[in-house]
Design a protein around this ligand. Structure first.
Ligand code: NDP
Length: 245
C-alpha cells in the first residue's frame, strides 16, 4: 500500500515550480490531490498534466489575496475531509527598503502571510473533526537568515515560522501537526528572475555547489505530510544544499 493511499490533500500554488512537484509527488504516493492556481483553467491544465488519466489530481481556483476565494476553495476541497494542507503559494517583490512601494509590501504580506493564515483557519475545522491533519507551510531560508533587497519577503517568511510554531502548539493534542520547510535556492520561475550576478553569488555560497530541484523539496514535504511523521510538529526543515551552515 502506498504511503498516502486514502488521503486527501490540497496544495496551494500548484500550477508550476515547487507546488506542482509537490502535487505530483503526493499523487504518486497515492493521495487524492487538489492543486490551485489563480486561474482555474491553468490549475486544471497543470492537474491534467500531472494526473495522467488516474483522476486523482484536480484543479481549483484560489487567489490568496481574496478572503472569499480562500473560503470557496477550502470549502470545495474539504468536502469529504481534508488530511493534508500544503501552503506553498507565495510571491516576492524585491528591491531595497528605501525604494520599496507600500503596495509591494502589502501584496507580499497579503499573499504569503494573510492568505496562508486564512487557508489554515479554514482547513483546521475539518481536521479537528477528524482528529487528524498534516499542515506543511512553505517558508524560505531568507526568512531565517535575511537577504538584502528582500525585506518584505523575509518578513513574511519569518512570520510563517512564528505562525506555524504557535499553531503547532494549538493543535498538537488533536493529532494535527504543523511543520515548515525552508528551501534555499531552488530552480523555478521565481529564481530564474534573479539577476545573473546575484544567482552566481548565491550558487558559490552553497556547499553542494548547485541549486536544488523542486522534486527535492517535494520529497521532504511528502514525508512531513505522511502519517509516518507523527511525532514531528513545529519543526523547520531547511532544504538548502548546506547553504545555511
Ligand atoms: P513560482 O513563482 O514558480 O510559483 C508560485 C505559485 O504561487 C504559482 O503556482 C502561483 O499560481 C501561486 N500564486 C502566486 N500568487 C498567488 C495568489 N495571490 N494566490 C494564490 N496563488 C498564488 O514559485 P516557486 O515554485 O519558486 O515557489 C513556491 C514557494 O516556495 C513560494 O512560497 C516561495 O516563496 C517558496 N520558496 C521558493 C524558493 C525558490 O528558490 N524557488 C526558495 C525558498 C522558498 P498562479 O500564478 O498560477 O496563480
Amino acid at each position: 500500500m502506498k504511503r498516502l493511499e486514502g488521503q486527501r490533500a490540497l496544495v496551494t500554488g500548484g500550477t508550476r515550480g515547487i507546488g506542482r512537484a509537490i502535487a505530483a509527488r503526493l499523487a504518486d504516493e497515492g493521495a487524492e490531490v487538489f492543486l490551485t492556481g489563480r486561474r482555474r483553467d491553468q490549475a486544471d491544465e497543470a492537474a491534467a498534466a500531472i494526473d495522467g488519466g488516474r483522476s486523482r489530481v484536480l484543479g481549483l481556483a484560489l487567489d490568496l489575496t481574496d478572503p472569499g476565494s480562500v473560503l470557496a476553495c477550502l470549502g470545495e476541497a474539504a468536502v469529504g475531509g481534508l488530511d493534508i494542507l500544503v501552503n506553498n503559494a507565495g510571491i516576492s517583490r524585491d528591491g531595497l527598503l528605501i525604494r520599496q512601494k507600500p503596495e509591494d509590501w502589502r501584496a507580499v504580506m497579503a499573499t504569503n502571510l494573510d492568505g496562508l493564515a486564512a487557508c489554515c483557519r479554514a482547513a483546521v475545522r475539518p481536521m479537528l473533526r477528524a482528529r487528524y491533519g498534516r499542515i506543511v507551510n512553505m517558508s524560505s531560508i531568507v526568512g531565517l537568515r535575511g537577504n538584502a533587497g528582500q525585506t518584505a519577503y523575509a518578513a513574511s517568511k519569518a512570520g510563517i515560522v512564528g505562525f506555524s510554531r504557535a499553531l503547532a502548539k494549538e493543535l498538537a493534542r488533536r493529532n494535527i501537526t504543523v511543520n515548515v520547510v525552508a528551501p534555499g535556492l531552488i530552480e523555478t520561475d521565481m529564481t530564474r528572475e534573479l539577476p545573473r550576478r546575484a544567482r552566481e553569488a548565491l550558487q558559490r555560497a552553497i556547499p553542494m555547489a548547485r541549486p536544488g530541484s523542486a522534486e527535492e523539496v517535494a520529497a521532504a514535504v511528502a514525508f512531513l505530510a505522511s502519517p509516518e511523521a507523527s511525532y514531528i510538529t513545529g519543526a523547520v526543515l531547511e532544504i538548502t544544499g548546506g547553504l545555511a551552515l
